[in-house]
Design a protein. Structure first.
Length: 394
């Protein structure tokens, strides 16, 4: 089946976050929105049809998630990631961030320490600090645009008795790494040694590109069973983030029971009618669409690479191993983070995520979402080039 990812789908009037909040975040409504991590593509036809069919019933009351829901998840993880799980390991959640919050509340106390690897998805900061835990930054090591882990620092941080949880981004947002087996083993060894719980955010796991493969840490290292919570969702994969459907996979019964109890105590267990329907349709019938999507995203990423090499080679850029998010290094332009941000908004009229929002290590960087038709991405690149020609002295 052919899927038209080149189609421009108007989103005005849909209350889209990435459109409606431009004034709030950028001070202007005329900037090209290449920031929020949702795509400008229609959801898979199977998802659209399933939603329309259910909507036609005209009663939208409370529903349950039955064996069809867990069965779709088990089948998807087996087929896509060769991870054989039991339905009993699955715990519904309205989102990955709520899952992380539940874990923080259940498995740590106020004042305990939680490790994150920076630069990283901005809510990782607030979900730790605003819930009374102490944030510990394990900064990634950047070499010519490629990021690796500082295992020596991680070992020291994990050895602190106050360190209870490591919130892990795999694949990593924003740097686009799909972590390899040896890297995951080092993390597993450290966390087992120091009895640190891993809360693994694997929301981008289906979006590995250019031959890279997502490795599920919980599957690779069974010894982690009683100290790992794997958080997943169809939201990024199938562009259904607004339906608030995610899940955690926890093989250890005691760990799962505690997570379940806290989730229900926080009233995070209900979800919504359409989220479950979308998950089932996507996981049962969306594999072909996903393969076409990944091919298109690879084409977009290569188009961006070629444009940068030809027109602004001083801009640092490495093809992502996963995600539809690109991480640009503009430090050679010699602008402060605030001046870089203002130039993109005022000169280029382009809205990307400011690098410093991911942490101090992101100063001089910007994140671009390439989950849009090629004409949109080309427009964005021309806008960035306009900024470059105005501010960069060779």
């Amino acid at each position: 089946m052919e899927y038209n990812f080149n189609e421009i789908v108007p989103r005005k009037g849909t209350d889209a976050f990435k459109l409606e909040l431009r004034e709030m975040f950028f001070g202007a409504n005329d900037v090209l929105p290449l920031w929020v991590a949702d795509m400008d593509f229609k959801a898979p036809p199977a998802v659209v049809k399933a939603m329309q069919d259910r909507a036609s019933h005209e009663i939208y009351g409370y529903t349950v998630r039955d064996k069809k829901f867990t069965g779709a998840i088990c089948s998807w993880l087996r087929n896509q990631h060769q991870w054989n799980i039991e339905a009993e390991w699955i715990e519904f959640s309205p989102g990955v961030l709520p899952s992380i919050m539940v874990a923080i509340y259940e498995f740590s106390e106020p004042g305990d320490k939680v490790i994150i690897q920076t630069p990283v998805y901005p809510p990782f900061y607030s979900i730790v600090s605003e819930n009374g835990r102490e944030l510990v930054k394990n900064s990634l090591i950047e070499t010519a645009g490629y990021y690796t882990m500082d295992f020596e620092a991680l070992e020291e941080q994990a050895s602190d008795p106050k360190t209870k949880i490591f919130v892990f981004s795999n694949p990593h947002n924003p740097v686009g790494r799909a972590w390899k087996r040896d890297e995951l083993k080092r993390i597993a060894d450290i966390c087992i040694k120091h009895d640190v719980l891993i809360v693994s955010d694997e929301i981008h796991s289906d979006l590995c590109l250019f031959g890279n493969k997502h490795l599920v840490m919980a599957d690779l290292f069974p010894g982690l069973g009683n100290r790992i919570i794997t958080c997943m969702a169809p939201s990024k994969t199938f562009n259904v983030a607004g339906l608030s459907t995610a899940y955690a996979v926890i093989s250890d019964k005691k760990l799962k029971d505690r997570f379940h109890k806290r989730l229900w105590a926080m009233q995070q267990h209900m979800g919504n009618l359409f989220g479950g329907i979308a998950l089932e349709a996507a996981y049962n019938d969306g594999a072909e669409w996903l393969e076409a999507l990944k091919k298109y995203l690879e084409e977009n990423a290569l188009m961006v690479r070629d444009f940068i090499q030809q027109n602004m080679p001083e801009v640092g850029f490495v093809l992502p191993e996963a995600t539809y998010l690109l991480w640009f290094d503009f430090r050679k332009w010699g602008l402060s983070p605030s001046k870089l941000r203002n130039a993109m908004i005022e000169i280029g009229k382009v809205a990307m995520n400011d690098g410093v929002s991911f942490g101090a290590e992101g100063a001089g960087f910007q994140r671009m979402n390439i989950g849009s038709p090629k004409t949109t991405i080309k427009d964005g690149l021309q806008r960035i080039l306009k900024v470059r020609n105005a501010v960069y002295s060779r």
